[in-house]
Design a protein around this ligand. Structure first.
Ligand code: SAH
Length: 343
């Protein structure tokens, strides 16, 4: 299969050009067309000769995403439906904050983790996205609004650590000086808790923020909503998290979706606080969002506040996630791969 040039590091492009008998400096030109100017065809690379552009197009391609649909929320959040050349679709979200534009990217088409509260997993996993396809979500949104994107969260459809190599490549390319130049500290990777991959990530020596979808204070409750917890129990997961925080000195975010009657009691809050004690971390509470196939109900405002108070009184820094884009089904857990149902 031809190579997706958008997924390659500059050194790899140099290598390919060398094989083609082309000078090394062309790699930098090509790289900056793709990642700096964000073009999606060889024809737009006007400082390359037509002959070279044709030669490139014969052996390589640039993965492309097309905006199939865009919905804008009353709060300014926009949900993009992107179409691939193979007919698949994915969703990505643009969030506008006072400090800049953030994009939430999908890392897989569908997901196989099976969390019971999440829409992304309803039809299982179709395939992994390549690094270029994940990057394209950021580039296309930036092109569409004509503005810079200043931060990226890997919190769309898919489990990033289940698509490990492509995701690491994506982070490094997104971070590159000649590309989008988004600082690693402005990139957040969220995982449902593949503990062995967290160990591997630790060794990559990245400065990104790691977020863990915890959603329960113990295995008994976690087993009910997150099948992954049968593979990695909480003790294993939290051990990996503690080591990650200690070695990288990066504060971990624990995401906790509050579901009425499932995980929102005072006892749950106390148990959670005791398990996280002493770790460099903070808890981000998310009032659970509606997924029409499920009948989970979000906890009341009072319940959320008292849950947060219990954690805070025990020394665990806690925030409540602001709900963005819920009128267009763009909130956490509401992204999905089939759009037929929405037509
Ligand atoms: N697979 C990764 C990335 C998804 S991130 C992960 O599990 O972390 C999306 C975040 O939204 C995760 O914390 C996920 O658990 C959470 N989420 C999923 N469904 C939700 C829902 N219905 N309401 C609120 N949060 C939800």
């Amino acid at each position: 299969m031809a190579v997706d040039l958008k997924s390659l590091y500059i050194e790899e492009i140099e290598e390919l050009l060398k094989e083609m008998g082309e000078p090394k400096f062309r790699a930098k030109q090509i790289f900056s067309w793709i990642h700096g100017k964000k073009v999606s065809s060889f024809d737009e690379m006007t400082n390359l000769s037509k002959a070279l552009r044709e030669k490139l197009a014969e052996r390589m391609y640039l993965s492309k995403l097309e905006i199939v649909d865009k919905k804008v929320s009353t709060d300014g959040t926009a949900k993009y439906l992107f179409g691939f050349e193979d007919g698949n679709v994915i969703e990505s979200v643009l969030m506008r904050y006072s400090y800049g534009n953030a994009v939430c990217v999908s890392t897989q088409i569908g997901c196989r983790m099976g969390c019971t509260f999440c829409a992304s997993t309803l039809d299982g996993l179709e395939r992994n996205l390549t690094a270029g396809e994940i990057l394209s979500q950021v580039y296309e949104i930036s092109n569409d609004i004509g503005e810079r994107i200043s931060s990226v969260v890997l919190m769309g459809s898919g489990e990033p650590l289940d698509n490990y190599d492509n995701v690491i490549r994506f982070v490094k390319l997104l971070n590159s000086r000649d590309g989008a130049d988004i600082g690693q500290r402005h990139i957040t990777l969220s995982t449902c808790g593949l503990a062995d991959r967290i160990d591997r990530l630790k060794a990559e020596d990245l400065q990104i923020t790691l977020a863990i979808s915890l959603h329960a204070p113990n295995d008994e409750i976690r087993n009910q909503t997150m099948p992954v917890s049968k593979r990695y129990d909480m003790e294993t997961l939290l051990f990996a998290c503690r080591q990650y925080a200690e070695e990288t000195k990066r504060r971990i975010t624990f995401e906790y979706a509050l579901i009425k009657g499932v995980n929102d009691s005072a006892d749950c809050a106390k148990e959670l606080a005791s398990r996280l004690k002493g770790m460099l971390c903070h808890v981000n509470l998310i009032p659970v969002n509606d997924v029409k196939e499920r009948d989970y109900i979000r906890s009341s405002e009072d319940k959320i506040k008292s849950f947060a108070d219990i954690l805070q009184a025990r020394g665990i820094e806690t925030t409540v996630r602001r709900k963005l884009g819920s009128d267009i089904n763009a909130s956490c857990g509401q992204l999905r791969r089939s759009y037929i149902s929405k037509k």
